[in-house]
Structure formats: C-alpha cells, structure tokens
Design a protein around this ligand. Structure first.
Ligand code: F3S
Length: 393
C-alpha cells in the first residue's frame, strides 16, 4: 500500500504513540482488504461508547490512546449508557455513572466532541455528497452512504477511533465506485407511512438481502425520520450499509436484473415477528435512532396535559443539542411534566436496563431487535401515537 510521507511519519511514530498505533490499525486493515492507498476522512463517528459494552478492558485501551492522542478531524460519539447530566433520575447507579464518565472523559481528552448520538447528521456532523468519512454506528453508516451519498465502510469502534487520530481510512469497500452498485431490485407494492412502516420495510429487505446492496422502487415520498428508521432496521436485520431508492436517494447505480417484491402482507408478517402476544408493557421507548426535534415536538403535543400511568416508564431518547432545543421550545417541560423522560446521550439498547422491565413498546424495529436479544424484553411495535396512548392509559 502506498503511503504519503506524512502517513509514513505517523506509522514511524513521529506524531506520538497513539497516532502510531492508530496508523498501524488503519494500514493493517488496508492490507487485509487489499487497499492501494489511504484517503482523508472529513469526519468520524465512534461506536462502543457505553461502559456497559466497553467494560474495563475497553476503557484501558481508550485511556492509553488518550495519553498523547488527539483527533485530526471532526469526531462525535455514539450513545453512551446514560444521560450524562440527568442519569440519576433515570435509575442509573452511581457506580455505572462514574465509570461511564471515565469513558467519556477519555474521549474528551482526545479532542472528541462528547455529544453521544447515533444521528450525528442531525446535530452538526453532516458530510456532503461524495465525501469520505469513517463512521461506526450501523444506522448512521447506512444513512451517510444512502441518503447523503457520503462514503463510509461500517467501521468498528477501534478502526473509527484510529481514523479520527490519523484523519485517514483505507480506500476499500464502499469508498470505491465499483462496490456501490445495486445488486437486487426490491419493488415495493404498497404505500408506506410513518416510522413503523419504514422500519418494517428495512426488516423485510434486510432479512432477505443480507449484505447485498438493494435498489428499492415504488416509494414516492419519504421523510428524514422515516428514512432514518429504514436505515436502522435494514442495517440491523441485514448487513446493509448502502441502499438506493429510486427518486429519493442521490447515488448513481446500475439497475440490477434480479427483482423481488415487497407487499403489505410481507410487512404484516414482519410486524407479527416483533409482536409478542403476551407482552406486558412497562417500558415505552421512542427515539431509535435518536429522535429529531420534529418527532419530539409531536410527542410533547401528545403528552401535553396528560400523565404517564403508574407502573410505566417512558424514555424519549435524543441527542443533547436536540434536547437543549427541546428545552428552549418548552417541549421538555411538557414531556417531563407528564412523567416521561427526555433522555439525551443514551438509548434503550446500550443503557444498563436488563432486568428492569419486562415489555417494551416502541415504533422502532431496531429497538425491538436489541430489546429482545440483549435485554430479553418482550416487544410490541406500534406507531408513536399508539405508544403514547399506551403510556397514558
Ligand atoms: Fe441509536 Fe441506540 Fe437505536 S444507538 S439506532 S438508539 S439502538
């Protein structure tokens, strides 16, 4: 692999131990995947932030890099295991909070912006079409590649951090035009409306297509919130990091010969897989991926003057800058006055919630996946309106 003199200097340790280690990770990956060179990245998004998933070993790795490592490009974080300011009222233990803060502090020492969100594109980490980035959160990777038209592989936590410390990534996979062409055409024969429908579509296509790149037709309109729901589920139920949607997404592609259809019946079958008839709902969570200010405005209107029922806990999860805006607009007060929580910097999948609840209602197909797999909750997938109705009845 060809390195520029500066990249060679990084590898030789001229810029310190952390940069050398990071360049070692990047070049090793490049060798494995047959990259011919490195490309500059304009931003990074790092996953593996929750102490719940990272543990002491991961924290040790970060602390070592933080001794002399400094990021070279705009870098943000994926959700942590707790709201970094209001964790106490969400039932997080002081012990966990202390350790989570140590993780965030280590990232901060490296110059990383410690807003913890899976929707960095909503809060200032927004690449443009064609730009190379190195992002790790699977839903954000899919959004960056598909909706924005930026270029990123699905990075792991260490490789994303290495890209941040060097400002480079190896040029392979989705950084190359030839690997971004659609492979299977999915004709959607039913109208879609809302985050649930789009999440179910992602579930159906993800399960069928696995890692192949879909070309989706039959959808005449989609909102940003619907598309982020689709990106989350298609990446969760398959390994999809890029899709094309006729008339909606910006990337150029050839049209595949292989055609499959997705019907309303397919979506209903997908919904049934996420619905546990015996679920007893004690937890309602909206904001997977993190809620936009428009979604929070809708939820605050639905909760205004209402009261969350006894025995139910409601989390609306979002990015901290979005929460700040919600505070300014009075949405936070309406939500919290009703007894729900507007939780920033965390989400229901990476917070330490196992054993606290038995049944989750959510509008997110991805949240159902992790609630079942990681937390062993039963699940029901419903629209935002139905979720709030369940919370207050
Ligand atoms: Fe984001 Fe957590 Fe969902 S990271 S996509 S809210 S599982």
């Amino acid at each position: 692999m060809k390195l520029t003199p500066e990249e060679q200097d990084m590898l030789n340790g001229k810029y310190g131990r952390a940069t050398r280690k990071a360049m070692d990770i990047i070049t090793t990956l490049g060798e494995i995947y047959g990259a011919e060179r490195l490309v500059p990245v304009s931003s990074v998004q790092i996953a593996g932030v929750s102490y719940h998933n990272l543990g002491e070993e991961g924290l040790q790795f970060l602390s070592e890099l933080a001794e002399d490592g400094q990021v070279r490009v705009l870098t943000t974080l994926n959700p942590a295991g707790m709201d970094l300011e209001e964790w106490q009222k969400h039932g997080i233990s002081a012990d966990f909070a202390k350790n989570q803060q140590r993780v965030v502090d280590a990232f901060e020492r490296m110059g990383i912006i410690t807003t913890c969100t899976c929707t960095p594109y909503l809060v200032g980490n927004l690449p443009h079409y064609g730009e190379s980035v190195a992002w790790a959160e699977s839903s954000a990777v899919c959004f960056a590649n598909s909706i924005i038209g930026a270029r990123t592989n699905r990075e792991g936590g260490p490789s994303a951090l290495a890209a941040a410390l060097t400002g480079r990534t190896a040029e392979y996979g989705l950084h190359l035009d030839k690997n971004r062409m659609a492979q299977v055409k999915y004709e959607v024969t039913t109208d879609l409306e809302g985050t649930v429908d789009f999440g179910l579509l992602g579930q159906v296509i993800g399960e069928r297509t696995k890692n192949a790149i879909p070309y989706i037709t039959g959808i005449s309109r989609a909102t940003t919130d619907e598309l982020k729901s689709l990106c989350a589920s298609i990446a969760t139920y398959g390994g999809v990091a890029l899709f094309h949607m006729e008339g909606i997404t910006p990337n150029r592609t050839t049209i595949p010969d292989r055609i499959e259809t997705v019907t309303r019946e397919d979506l209903e079958q997908a919904r049934q897989k996420l619905d546990d008839a015996d679920a007893s709902i004690d937890f309602i969570s909206i904001g997977c991926p993190h809620a936009s200010i428009a979604e929070i405005a809708t939820i605050s209107r639905l909760l205004d003057g209402k009261r969350v029922s006894k025995g139910k806990t409601v989390w609306i999860t979002t990015a901290k800058p979005t929460k700040d805006l919600a505070i300014k607009m009075g949405y936070y007060d309406k939500i919290e006055k009703a007894g729900a929580f507007l939780v920033s910097d965390a989400c229901c999948a990476v917070a330490p919630l196992k054993g606290r609840f038995s049944g989750l209602m959510t509008d997110s197909a991805k949240a159902c996946f992790y609630a079942r797999g990681t937390n062993k909750f039963k699940t029901l997938i419903r629209s935002v309106e139905e979720c709030i109705k369940e919370a207050i009845e």
